[in-house]
Design a protein around this ligand. Structure first.
Ligand code: SIN
Ligand code: CO
Length: 388
């Protein structure tokens, strides 16, 4: 099959300047000659698997919604009416290579921001109701047509998203409307209310992005700092004076503790390390299994000498950071960091950018002993796999 391509009329710079994280936009025929990467039947098959997250949502009466969580059995689908329901399957990119390939189209954005590709099949009239998400999403239409209504952005100070299973909004006032057909995409930034309704049976691919919440960052980063603290370091009040009223906490008594605390939290290079590890955490770590019998350097060399090609585990996440101050490249894979000298920048870039490595491209990485060792470790831990 021909590789997927973005429309030549799509202007990345304009999109990033005007829309990314800011304003919804219709991107007509964003993907050239787009054809479904999965069939509705295959999607229903995935929704019957125990380890795959799926939902069926139907509007059985106007404004009355029903949610059923998977896994499903065949009769769940055969008993459905002709219209007004949607089947949603999460993270289909983990299971179907043609779906995973769609992610490469979005390489004008950091790959570690992509969360997953959720696919919905909606029968005519089907939708999930008015709601907003906390993340950026591209809604890429496959077969069929879907009509989208987009409202305002919910202010971060407004009450939280309704905490019901469907998170539906009580009030929804559409400001923009678009009908999408194959290859069209609608970009929706975080917190813009939206509601899609199928005008004919068809599939929609939600390329969702993830962004850690501030609470998550505070929690995760402080967990790391906590582990490094020596219990000897404690609150000190050697400067206490005789003016003290019993029970009183004088603000200056806290100066030293507050300074120590602020210094630890203000360690940017530590925060970078933590962040890289955090955003490269796999969504489904259980899908990354190390080899039962790890390969020694010699065994690894023999294997690659046989001309095998390697590919990334679809569940693995790779990211890197060029640290100018330290002349280092920090590589993050599946929640762990390895530092390399900056001369390895192009090798690390290529490792992060591609998902498949032919025998020739692996061979070029292998000419460097540091890279050879890295690839061996990644293969042993299950982040890289050998192609059949
Ligand atoms: C859908 O595919 O209908 C729902 C996707 C979304 O609104 O985020
Ligand atoms: Co949504």
């Amino acid at each position: 099959m021909k590789p997927l391509q973005l429309s030549p009329t799509f202007n990345v710079d304009d999109f990033l300047k005007q829309n990314w994280q800011k304003k919804p936009v219709l991107l007509p025929k964003l993907v050239q000659n787009f054809r479904d990467a999965i069939s509705a039947e295959e999607l229903a098959g995935l929704a019957c698997e125990e380890f795959i997250e799926s939902r069926l949502i139907s509007e059985f009466k106007p404004g009355e919604w029903l949610l059923k969580n998977g896994p499903f059995v065949e009769s769940d689908f055969t008993s459905l009416p002709e219209s007004n329901w949607t089947l949603l399957v999460q993270a289909v990119d983990q299971w179907v290579e043609t779906v995973a390939d769609i992610k490469a189209l979005f390489d004008f954005l950091p790959s570690w921001r992509i969360d997953d590709i959720m696919i919905s099949f909606a029968a005519q009239g089907g939708g999930v109701g008015p709601h907003y998400d906390y993340y950026d999403v591209f809604l890429l239409q496959g077969s069929g047509k879907r009509h989208w209504q987009v409202g305002e952005r919910w202010a971060s100070t407004e009450s939280q998203r309704p905490n019901t299973e469907l998170n539906l909004l009580q009030e929804f006032e559409p400001k923009m409307e678009f009908t999408l057909s194959a290859g069209d995409a609608l970009y929706i930034p975080p917190r813009f209310s939206h509601w899609g309704t199928a005008t004919s049976d068809g599939l929609c691919y939600s390329i969702g992005f993830r962004a850690p919440s501030l609470a998550e960052m505070i929690e995760g980063f402080s967990d790391l700092i906590i582990k490094e603290q020596n219990p000897v370091n404690r609150y000190e009040d050697s400067s206490v004076t005789s003016h003290l009223r019993s029970g009183e906490i004088e603000p200056q008594m806290l100066d030293k503790s507050f300074q120590q605390l602020s210094e630890r939290l203000a360690d940017k290079s530590k925060f970078i390390t933590w962040f890289g590890c955090h955003v490269s955490q796999p969504k489904y770590p259980e899908l990354i299994q190390g080899l039962d019998q790890t390969l020694s350097s010699e065994e690894f060399a023999v294997l690659l000498g046989e001309g095998v090609s390697l590919f990334k585990n679809p569940s693995s996440r790779f990211a890197f950071l060029e640290s100018g101050d330290e002349a280092k490249v920090l590589l993050f894979v599946d929640g762990a960091m390895v530092a390399f000298p900056v001369v390895q920048l192009s090798n690390i870039t290529s490792l992060c950018q591609h998902s498949h490595f032919s025998a020739e491209s692996s061979a070029s990485l292998l000419t460097d002993p540091g890279m050879a060792e890295l690839l061996r470790q990644l293969l042993n831990q299950g982040s890289l796999l050998v192609s059949e």
